[in-house]
Design a protein around this ligand. Sequence first.
Ligand code: BES
Ligand code: MN
Ligand code: ZN
Length: 489
Amino acid sequence: MGKQAEFRFSELDLDALATATGRVAIVAGLDGALGKAGRRVSRLTKGALKRLVESESFEKASEGDVITLGYPTGMEAEAVDVLKLTRTAKLDVARKAGVALAKAKGDAALTLSLGNLPRASEIIMGLALRLYTFTPHKTEDETAQGGIHILCPKPGELEAACASPLAVARGVHFTRDLVNEPANVLTTTEFANRLEALSAHGVNVKTLDEPELAKLGMHSLLSVGHGSASPSKVVVMEWMGGEKGAAPVALVGKGVVFDTGGISLKPAGGMEDMTMDMGGAGTVAGAMQALAERKAKANVVGIVGLVENMPSDRATRPGDVVTSMKGDTIEVINTDAEGRLVLCDIMWHVQEAYKPAAMVDLATLTGAIVVALGHENTGVFSNDDMLCNSFLKAAAAEGEGAWRMPMGRGYADMLKSRIADVKNVGSRPGGAVTAAEFLKRFVKEGQPWIHLDIAGTASVKAETAYAPTGATGWGVMALNRLVADNYEG
Ligand code: BES
Ligand code: MN
Ligand code: ZN
């Protein structure tokens, strides 16, 4: 698993600041005002800290930035990190301040004095989100992640306030671990096993195997995995923390553990990135863990389709016609447009079995959405303005980029098949939208639904606001907030 930091909370002990090892961090206001800990550090360093907060570089720094005083005299610490922040800092500024502290921290131990800042828990969440590295396949003995010692007036209260944010951060890390894992390790079977482990958090997990999927009529999903030695699986995760009998929110995830393109084989260059093609399923898994760990008072069901898209003598051919669980026949023009073939069956199943209040699907679905939005925003498609606006609001509050895309009849018409009810691809123009229109065929009348195309946001090659390079865990925080703000209590 990725490395995670330990948090410890206690009351400020001014005398301990001199002997703390690793790094010490304190907060200073925009005008350089210091609290108790800052004044003590200033005294210990014979005024060096005071000079720092009165300096031009401090004045020029933005709110949320960290300015470092290296190897301070009078202290055992290797550095003092000064966080420039006001008491009225906005949530995202506080979180990004935590991120800045995490970057300065590296593997060192950190003693962080937060006074009674109202946004203390958000700073801590930012720290937790950014303190992540994926190391299970590094054989070199790496230094352990130094712990974080938080100093504040009411440690018990702050620790309690951090319980939920830290549960969500662990959910994000679970998603990143799954998305970063190579496909020879995270096979469909291994993925299902890791999801089964969510039962330790009170999630009811059930795995459906190929014979069960065939019995349900999921021949579209099954057609994607035909070429692979790994068996296709669907995993259903129930967290029923809400009112008994209340319709759940359904989270639906594409879990293609590796996408070669199948017989419509992808080019070699960059194909290794398709190990992240289970990002939708990974995000659903992380969100379920976060909701369960913070004991959300809501009913949420997660469903993921786990398959591997491989070419072989048994693989689906371009031109094959398959029958979905809904009953619609699909002409598979391109075996590389496999995600929609997986989603359509699990979307149908979750609607039949649960009549969800809202359904949100997540998928690394199209290269076209990456062309349209880059890596800054997930493409959002919806048939319901109210649900969609609630989601966009939740994503914005969490600092996760999301941008609504259009849909419409003209796009849907591009999927007309000569011999079947629908074909699985249109032509190149509007590729992300025609993919969404394909999915919409499998959304029942009156079912509020959002489709999130996370092809550009699930895993990236440059660090993002909250994550190092690689898997981001995009969406766990937004989904958690969507549930918290609209379906709880
Ligand atoms: N998994 C890919 C989409 C993808 C592309 C994810 C880039 C992450 C980064 C998907 O299955 C796919 O291959 N889509 C095709 C669809 C096309 C054949 C209509 C694509 O986008 O090229
Ligand atoms: Mn594909
Ligand atoms: Zn794919």
